[in-house]
Each structure stands twice: as C-alpha cells, then as structure tokens.
Write a protein that binds this ligand. Sequence first.
Ligand code: ADP
Ligand code: MG
Length: 226
Amino acid sequence: MTEPLLVVRGLSKHFASGNETVSVVEALSFTLGQGQSLALTGRSGSGKSTLLNLLCGLELPDAGTIALRDQVFDADGATARRKAAGWSALRRRHIGVVFQEANLMPALTLLDNVRLRAQLAGRDPANSEDWLTRLDIGELARRYPDQVSGGQRQRAALAMVFAMEPALILADEPTGSLDRHTADEVTRVLFDLQARHGCGLILATHDAELAAGCQQHLDLGHQSDV
Ligand SMILES: Nc1ncnc2c1ncn2[C@@H]1O[C@H](COP(=O)(O)OP(=O)(O)O)[C@@H](O)[C@H]1O
Ligand SMILES: [Mg+2]
C-alpha cells in the first residue's frame, strides 16, 4: 500500500430507534492509501451514508478514531463535540463531498458555485472556469443550476469538489440519479481526475461496475477489515 491517507480504527455509531438502539457501524477499521479508491457497498440501510457522514464530520461517532494525514479525530465523550467543530473546518478545506443529487446553490451560476466552493476551501477561485471546461461544461458556466440537465449539474458538483483541491473525495451514490450513459460519463471523469490529482476517493454505490473501478472494496453488508 502507498502511504496512508485515511486511517479508521474501531469506528462505531448507533442510532436510537424507539426503545432500541440500532448499531449501524460497528468497530470498523480500514486504511485508505494516498491516491487510492475504495468502493463502499452493501444493501440499502447497511450504513454507507452514515459512514461517509462520520468521515466528513456530519455525524459524531460513539467510539473510534479517524485520522486524515496527521489530523486525528477521536471520539471521547466530553470533548468530542468541540473536536468535531475542528474536523468540520478540516472538511471544508480538505474533504470534497458529492451526493446523489448535486447540491448547488440555486441562486448562483455554475461558475459562481465553483468559485464559492474554492474560496471556502481557501483556494484561488481564478481557476474555476477551467474546472468547468475540464468537465466539458465550460460553455454553461453562466447558466443557473435549473437551466442545465441533471448530468450537467453533477459535473458542476464534481468541478466544485476538484476546485477545492481536496485530499479526499467522499461520493455518496454520485450517479444514482443519472441514466446509464450519463452515469458512465460522470464516472469516467471522476476516476480520471482522481487518478490525475492523486486524491483519495471513497465511493458508496449500488452499481457493481462503478465499484469494480475502485482498487479497494468494503462491503458493509459483511463488515470486515480492509
Ligand atoms: N439520523 C438518523 N437517526 C436514526 N437512524 C438513522 C439516522 N441515519 C441513518 N439511520 C439508520 O441507520 C441505518 C443506515 O442508514 P444509511 O447510512 O443511510 O444506509 P445506506 O446509505 O447504506 O442506505 C438505517 O437503518 C437508517 O434508518
Ligand atoms: Mg445512503
């Protein structure tokens, strides 16, 4: 394995459901190498989105540690919430997240969406138009999200993530709302740019073809260490 980018140890998360607690992620450990891609599979409800949310600080773990390069987040009760605020700051700069539906700001053009994301990550927004061009939607830069197709919005969402120059990309069923042809194109662009820029990628997907394109595989239906 290459040098580790993300090291997860003993990660656990439960949710309360009525009087019961449901353990969604249980003592999960894995390591993602620099520039490597990991496919996260498992039936619906197996905890893929929860795991991605834990990794980017949108959910707090009950136990375990998550280390991104030299930044370590460990879940120990009293100070976890404060530490999570620090982790969220890290996410804005270093972790790019792509969802099933592109989450663009509707009142901003595609270009301004990319510029805003780059700025929030502390990057120079001057390259934003280039990112749209690299994703083949340069001519749509001044359109608003509701003036382009779903596939084009997803390309814009990828441009936003790459403009952050992230260390790690987390993608939650990023092609789940696209037709096969558009999904294949968006996938090709995602893998191509990820390989070129050497960032890590964790991809939650139902799509066997998409999963097959990743170097590492973690099936949450059958949790085990990678
Ligand atoms: N905020 C929450 N509160 C309670 N239960 C939740 C919450 N988020 C997810 N769950 C439950 O955790 C389980 C895993 O959900 P999820 O991570 O969305 O799975 P997947 O993405 O693999 O479909 C499901 O049983 C879901 O109902
Ligand atoms: Mg999900």
